[in-house]
Design a protein around this ligand. Structure first.
Ligand SMILES: NC(=O)c1ccc[n+]([C@@H]2O[C@H](COP(=O)([O-])OP(=O)(O)OC[C@H]3O[C@@H](n4cnc5c(N)ncnc54)[C@H](OP(=O)(O)O)[C@@H]3O)[C@@H](O)[C@H]2O)c1
Length: 312
């Protein structure tokens, strides 16, 4: 019999990919916001008690970084308090909680990749609430895996890739920030790495590699690093090159031609946003690779696979 997994947030970028991949090895129950509203602790408790899974994967979060500045209570309820309740319920039934966090827990003052041991010091409400969620899970006593990821994108959802493609149909010149550096990561690679880790850890007789033994925070991002400007340049280069007849591409561009001719690098100060963001938030994935033998491809390879998905 396959182990039972409860997936919260199956309609987000990461959740959608997990929903496709997890059933390979698990008996999956996925509950969307209509079934479990993370702002309502009672929903969470009832769902976990009803499903009694071996593993809970929480792919839901309050992810609107700028809006969180004006909705701190809602962001805190979803990103800090809900994970605490999930972890408390997980502990009661002996389940492992798998949760995602963010590079925005760091302040961005480093100039080389952050390790899991570097002190967190978030600069915005989103980062603060995500850090509070991490701390609550760690304090709960439940077995847990927290994967910190970054700059997530997919062919659906609200993300930089789709924004750039849309803007490229509207403007000849795009101005893009060049003083923030991170690692653009596809939700498919995050889901693939998560599924691989859970499959291997859940394999019968695999005692030295049980989820409880591996409890901890792990960085899970694309290899390499890029600025938003680099990322935008590569997006447009690929978009112009490939025969872009994928339905997601047509839906994004509305079948309009890409008229953007130039991308101008600008400073963050020229593009003020409600939330401050770290200037540098590249995460070292060394611990993930050492512990689980899992490595995500570099960000350029991931971008290529978005435009020309490999056959499955
Ligand atoms: N996006 C990024 O760039 C990024 C960067 C670093 C870390 N992360 C982390 O990675 C994880 C996955 O992010 P993502 O990009 O996949 O997020 P996403 O695409 O924004 O999806 C978030 C999901 O959370 C759900 N949700 C929001 N409020 C909820 C509530 N009150 N109750 C139940 N569900 C709720 C949404 O439901 P609806 O579909 O109903 O709206 C949505 O399906 C999150 O933990 C996020 O913090 C993301």
């Amino acid at each position: 019999m396959k182990p039972a997994i409860l997936l919260i947030g199956p309609n987000g970028q990461v959740g959608r990919e997990l929903k496709k991949m997890l059933p390979r090895a698990f008996e999956l129950t996925s509950l969307d916001r209509q079934k479990v509203d993370l702002a309502r602790p009672v929903d969470i408790r009832e769902a976990v008690r009803a499903v009694r899974p071996a593993i809970i994967v929480n792919a839901a979060a309050y992810t609107n970084v700028d809006k969180a500045e004006s909705e701190p209570d809602l962001a805190r309820a979803i990103n800090s308090e809900a994970p605490a309740v999930l972890a408390e319920e997980a502990k009661k039934i002996g389940a492992c909680l798998v949760h995602y966090s963010t590079d925005y827990v760091f302040d961005g003052t480093k100039t080389e990749p952050y390790s899991e041991n570097d002190p967190a010091n978030p600069r915005n409400v989103y980062g603060k609430t995500k850090l509070e969620g991490e701390l609550a899970i760690q304090a709960s006593g439940a077995p847990y895996l927290i994967f910190r990821t970054a700059w997530v994108y997919a062919t659906e959802g609200r993300n930089f890739l789709l924004t750039i493609l849309r803007l490229a149909t509207q403007r000849e010149e795009l101005k893009i920030v060049r003083d923030q550096t991170g690692a653009p990561t596809t939700s498919a690679e995050i889901a693939r790495a998560t599924t691989e880790i859970l499959m291997r850890a859940g394999a019968p007789g695999n005692n030295h590699f049980s989820l409880a033994n591996c409890s901890g925070i792990y960085h899970m991002t694309a290899a390499g690093q890029a600025t938003w400007f680099d990322f935008a340049e590569q997006i447009l280069e690929h978009a112009r090159k490939v025969e872009a007849n994928a339905p997601w591409f047509q839906a994004t561009t509305g079948n309009l031609p890409l008229i953007a001719r130039r991308i101008l690098p600008i400073a963050t100060s020229e593009f003020p946003t409600p939330a401050r963001r770290p200037a540098y938030s590249v995460l070292s994935n060394e611990l993930l690779t050492r512990t689980f033998s899992v490595r995500l491809p570099d960000w350029q390879t991931q971008l290529v696979s978005i435009f020309s998905p490999p056959p499955r």
